[in-house]
Design a protein. Structure first.
Length: 257
């Protein structure tokens, strides 16, 4: 089935600054806290001050324009009233985990945009086992799968919280219970959605172990993803557990974020 309505979702030509996707930014449907939308050149962060980190981060994957070499230092986002200091992670045992990967931002928007990806409004605490293994593998699968496409792939990533609150040391940064990544892409004129949910204590590095549905991500986050897509199409695609290829480009997997 072809969705002519969605042609405009993937025809972004501007390389100067990211714009919200035509499919829409996530809408609150049950989330307990307010969200501040922070736009940077290569990403948009839906920031939750209540959690001390982004609730979601939007970025795009498309054909690379620049050679992406890791460039940037973690720093506070002074657009926020109560910015998080990178130093709260020191000696905590947790990595500063990019939600939108620095590599992808640099490849599409350049080094200045990549440096913005190191703002703490794009960072959630991740254990090293997750950040340096399965989360990295999922990012690499996304890049190697979609960067050669002639259309733009829409990606949202973020943390998941349950009712038991624990924090990073004495900071206001809440420790997530899991992480999600939802993807909207087009193939042969058809629209597809892919979702991943990765527990904070995940041990398997097989990305197929964490494939889920958009419906499940919406259930555990309280967000409505892709709200501008007609409801009937949402209901069909968001309930589907998409099959994915195990192929991951070895060069992509070895890249630094």
């Amino acid at each position: 089935m072809r969705y002519s309505f969605f042609a405009t979702l993937f025809l972004s030509t501007c390389l100067f600054a990211i714009e919200p996707p035509a499919a829409g930014l996530p809408r609150l449907s049950g989330f307990c806290c307010s969200i501040s939308t922070l736009s940077s050149v290569g990403l948009i962060s839906g920031y939750s001050s209540a959690h001390g980190q982004p609730a979601w981060v939007f970025h795009e994957i498309r054909s690379p324009v620049f050679k992406s070499k890791r460039s940037g230092n973690f720093r506070s986002d002074n657009r926020l009233k109560f910015p998080i200091l990178p130093s709260v992670f020191n000696h905590s045992g947790f990595d500063r985990g990019h939600m939108a990967p620095a590599h992808d931002i640099g490849a599409v928007y350049g080094s200045a945009a990549q440096r913005e990806s190191f703002l703490m409004s794009n960072i959630s605490p991740q254990g090293p086992t997750v950040n340096r293994n399965i989360w990295r593998n999922i990012e690499s699968w996304c890049w190697s799968t979609f960067s050669a496409s002639t259309t733009t792939t829409v990606v949202f990533s973020g943390p998941v919280f349950d009712s038991n609150k624990t924090y990073l040391g004495r900071s206001s940064v809440e420790l997530p219970d899991a992480f999600f990544k939802v993807i909207l892409y087009q193939s042969k004129g058809n629209l597809h959605m892919v979702a991943f949910i990765v527990p904070a204590d995940a041990s398997s590095n097989q990305i197929t172990s964490y494939v889920s549905t958009i419906d499940k991500v919406e259930e555990i986050t309280g967000f409505d993803f892709f709200p501008s897509i007609p409801l009937a199409t949402q209901n069909t695609l968001e309930a589907k557990r998409e099959s994915i290829s195990l192929f991951v480009n070895k060069k992509a997997v070895s890249r630094r974020r």
